[in-house]
Design a protein around this ligand. Structure first.
Ligand SMILES: [Fe+2]
Length: 313
């Protein structure tokens, strides 16, 4: 159609979208266009602002590589990742769930590991942590045979894929729940880490005088045929940044009770000094066991990157 005024631009785009075959595509894209046009009208977007927005979106893609995903990082920093998670899990966001967002650092094919094994695969500083995780269904019954994929950053603030100094798949492992729906393993207590701020996400965070820290957490992904894949993060209860997570991920149900043990024998004889334990139960729902698209696929080479830490102002 020949456009006669600004309202007709929206009508023209929506009309053409209805030509598509896939009804869900039409629904999603029509809503996106309606909201996007309404946003442009509401803020009266100027031409320089529009050009800047296009440059930011292009930069998100340019910053994304096989070892870093700036798009996923941006979705987290705008709260979209956790919103999608909450709307798609128990009670559509109105009740507590042990589901949480995937984040940008999951790698497929973590090494299968025996219950009780350590996921520390190269020398990594940190206090020993013994994790006991249980998988239950919505009726509280154990889910034996569930696969529990675990990953977390080093206490120096790097996932192994970011850090050529760590062994491949360090602090990653995949366990199988026993007859009681339980997995247990050894690692080190995770520390909070700064998200990379050398791209558009950094500009966004700096503009708000926010810090760029994620509170310390372990990542989990639980899969079993017949159940919806359960993606989670369990946050460390003594972390100072639980209320100001740069990725807006922390809910009360996900704050784990990481218990410090002083002068107590540890579950492994080589442990000297303090150690921590974590017991946590995940509740998984019936559904489809579909794996997410991995946000990264490889490990960085060369020098370890600099990590910049921003203060909250
Ligand atoms: Fe993480």
């Amino acid at each position: 159609m020949i456009i006669e005024n600004q309202e007709q631009v929206t009508e023209a785009v929506l009309s053409e979208l209805r030509r598509a075959d896939d009804p869900r595509f039409v629904e999603i894209m029509s809503a996106a266009v309606r909201h996007l046009h309404a946003f442009v009208r509401e803020v009266r977007l100027t031409e320089p602002e529009f050009q800047k927005a296009c440059a930011v979106i292009a930069r998100l893609g340019q910053k994304t590589s096989e070892t870093h995903n700036e798009v996923v990082l941006a979705c987290g920093s705008l709260g979209v990742s956790n919103l999608v998670c909450l709307l798609n899990n128990v009670g559509a966001g109105q009740t507590e769930t042990t589901a949480n967002m995937l984040g940008p650092f999951w790698r497929m094919d973590a090494p299968p590991s025996e219950n009780g094994a350590s996921i520390v695969r190269s020398p990594t500083p940190g206090t020993p942590l013994f994790v006991d995780a249980r998988v239950k269904d919505t009726r509280g019954r154990a889910v034996p045979g569930a696969e529990v994929d675990v990953w977390h950053s080093s206490t120096e603030g790097f996932y192994e894929n970011q850090d050529p100094g760590q062994a491949d798949m360090n602090l990653r492992g995949k366990f199988t729940a026993d007859a009681e729906g339980r997995v247990h393993f050894r690692t080190i207590k995770p520390a909070g880490y700064p998200i990379p701020v050398d791209g558009p996400v950094g500009d966004l965070v700096r503009a708000q005088y926010r810090h760029n820290m994620r509170p310390a957490h372990l990542h989990f992904m639980i899969t079993k045929p017949g159940y919806k894949t359960h993606i989670s993060q369990v946050y460390v209860n003594d972390d100072p940044n639980l209320e100001t997570d740069v990725q807006f991920g922390v809910t009360r149900a996900l704050i784990g009770d990481y218990v410090r043990h002083v002068d107590e024998p540890a579950p492994a004889p080589d442990v000297e000094g303090d150690w921590y334990s974590l017991d946590f139960t995940f509740t998984i729902q019936p559904g489809e066991a579909r794996l997410p698209r991995p946000p990264i696929t490889g490990k960085a080479e060369g020098a370890r990157p600099d990590l910049e830490i921003l203060e909250r102002g």
